[in-house]
Design a protein around this ligand. Structure first.
Ligand SMILES: [Zn+2]
Length: 150
């Protein structure tokens, strides 16, 4: 639903960005190029699966989908991170416009990571090397076909 609304929203980019106030608000700017969003991505990369120096939202999506065939927990983490980032960046943008409420990059990041963490704790998985690695990044360990908090 959020994505539908985002897709329908005027793409002319004539409106000033509510985060930095010095960029025109396009999809690319709002979700990737803005210094506000850049800080969020650089934080989220540290808990992602091999995301690094992507230069655009399209490149980020390409890298995420390149892990697709691997039946990999990292792929799950990346997709959850991407979906949560889009959702919470959009929510933050709307809060600023309509409610004049502002959260910091760090606060938005924490919401994104909390959201992903809850989802990771609810999936059923087998133990693999990658599951152990992801578990370390997210302070979770594998037990009885799921992640548990440590
Ligand atoms: Zn901006």
């Amino acid at each position: 639903m959020t994505l539908d609304r985002i897709a329908k929203w005027n793409q002319n980019g004539n409106v000033q960005c509510g985060f930095c106030k010095d960029g025109k608000e396009s999809h690319e700017h709002l979700f990737f190029e803005c210094k506000f969003t850049q800080q969020i991505w650089s934080n989220l990369r540290t808990v992602s699966w091999r995301l690094g120096d992507e230069n655009s939202i399209q490149e980020l999506l390409q890298v995420i989908s390149s892990f697709k065939g691997q039946n990999n927990i990292g792929n799950v983490v990346n997709k959850l991170l991407f979906a949560a980032a889009v959702y919470y960046v959009w929510q933050e943008r709307n809060n600023r416009i309509f409610q004049r409420k502002e959260r910091t990059e760090e606060a938005v990041c924490n919401l994104i990571k909390k959201n992903v963490r809850v989802k990771l704790l609810s999936i059923r998985i087998r133990n693999t090397k990658n599951v152990i690695r992801i578990g370390e990044m997210w302070r979770m360990k594998w037990a009885n076909y799921s992640f548990v908090a440590v």
